[in-house]
Design a protein. Structure first.
Length: 318
């Protein structure tokens, strides 16, 4: 059964009516049920298009967090052949919030790294809701080192509310691990393409997204803090999360205008969760295009272009 968000209630009501009529299709009736279903489906489709044509930043935040949205594991399974997962940071432990390994992306050997939120309660707990600890970011560094050693492009998939803020994570050097991961992204001499597929939260996201090319799905978000966190700081209450989402400029469209990201990937009407295969294929096409473009540059030039890109962001507006 499809999960509808709060702002989709009118669409959900129409979907319920359609389902109810379909259950009556085998019973005798003077009403042409097929025709009525067709009319309601057209009405629901129109309403869906109208709703998604004018989503607010807060509504986009809800879509980015939709529980049925395709996650890192879905993209790896669909896009990466002969995927071999690699585990551990060789210092402390394995962190299931970050997946990573070797595989072939459309015929090309790559290293893929991504944040996995989990699809049900058991897997969400296992993957810590996509919130990595220091060992997760150190694992990412290890995999990027390996990619550079064997001259393999790196693909990262970003989907996290932020790095895990627990006491143990802080004791083991959470901020240092994030900073080192950002540094590693900027240092490697191989193509690095990053895609924000859901939430791109704070340093936990940029630790994997300081890339040559940063892509975002149409209804994903990317910000220095969550709307709720921002509201709790500025207004001392999470009730102003909608206003915070507006002020943060966290949508893909805003960030493309600001020059923070490089491309927005269109999602199926109603969000990626309504046609997962279509969305995954579209992102794959974009990643393939950008990897081909980056393949013409040497290692030193790739690194310099990546560094210049982020330095220019800091100089804008000065």
């Amino acid at each position: 059964m499809q999960n509808f968000l709060d702002f989709e209630k009118p669409i959900a009501e129409l979907a319920g009516k359609i389902e109810g009529l379909r259950h009556l299709s085998d019973s005798s009736s003077d009403v042409n049920i097929a025709e009525e279903v067709s009319k309601l489906e057209a009405k629901a489709d129109k309403l869906l298009r109208q709703t998604y044509a004018k989503l607010s930043p807060w509504q986009k935040t809800l879509v980015a967090r939709h529980p049925d949205r395709p996650h890192c594991k879905d993209y790896i399974e669909a896009l990466i052949e002969d995927y071999t997962p690699l585990a551990g940071d060789r210092a402390f432990a394995e962190d299931f919030a970050i997946l990573g390994g070797l595989g072939r992306f459309r015929g090309q050997s790559v290293v893929v790294i991504g944040q996995e939120k989990g699809a049900d309660m058991h897997s969400r707990v296992k993957h810590n809701f996509g919130m990595a600890r220091p060992e997760g970011y150190r694992k990412a560094q290890r995999l990027m080192d390996m990619a550079e050693r064997f001259d393999l492009p790196v693909i990262t998939l970003v989907d996290t509310a932020g790095a895990y803020p627990g006491v143990g994570a802080e004791e083991r050097g959470q901020s240092e691990a994030i900073a080192r991961s950002i540094e590693k992204c900027l240092a490697i001499k191989v193509p690095l393409v990053s895609a924000v597929i859901g939430e791109g939260g704070s340093g936990g996201a940029i630790a994997l997204a300081a890339a040559n090319t940063v892509l975002m799905l149409e209804h994903s978000i990317y910000s220095v803090i969550s709307p709720e966190g921002c509201a709790s700081i500025l207004w001392r209450s999470g009730d102003q999360a909608k206003e915070a989402a507006e002020a943060l400029k966290l949508t893909a469209q805003d960030l493309e205008t600001l020059g923070v990201i490089d491309e927005v990937i269109a999602e199926p009407m109603g969000g990626a969760h309504r046609a997962k295969d279509v969305c995954i294929a579209a992102l794959g096409d974009s990643i393939e295009k950008h990897l081909q473009e980056l393949s013409q540059f040497g290692g030193a030039e790739l690194r310099q272009k990546r560094r210049d890109k982020f330095l220019e962001m800091g100089q804008k507006g000065l």
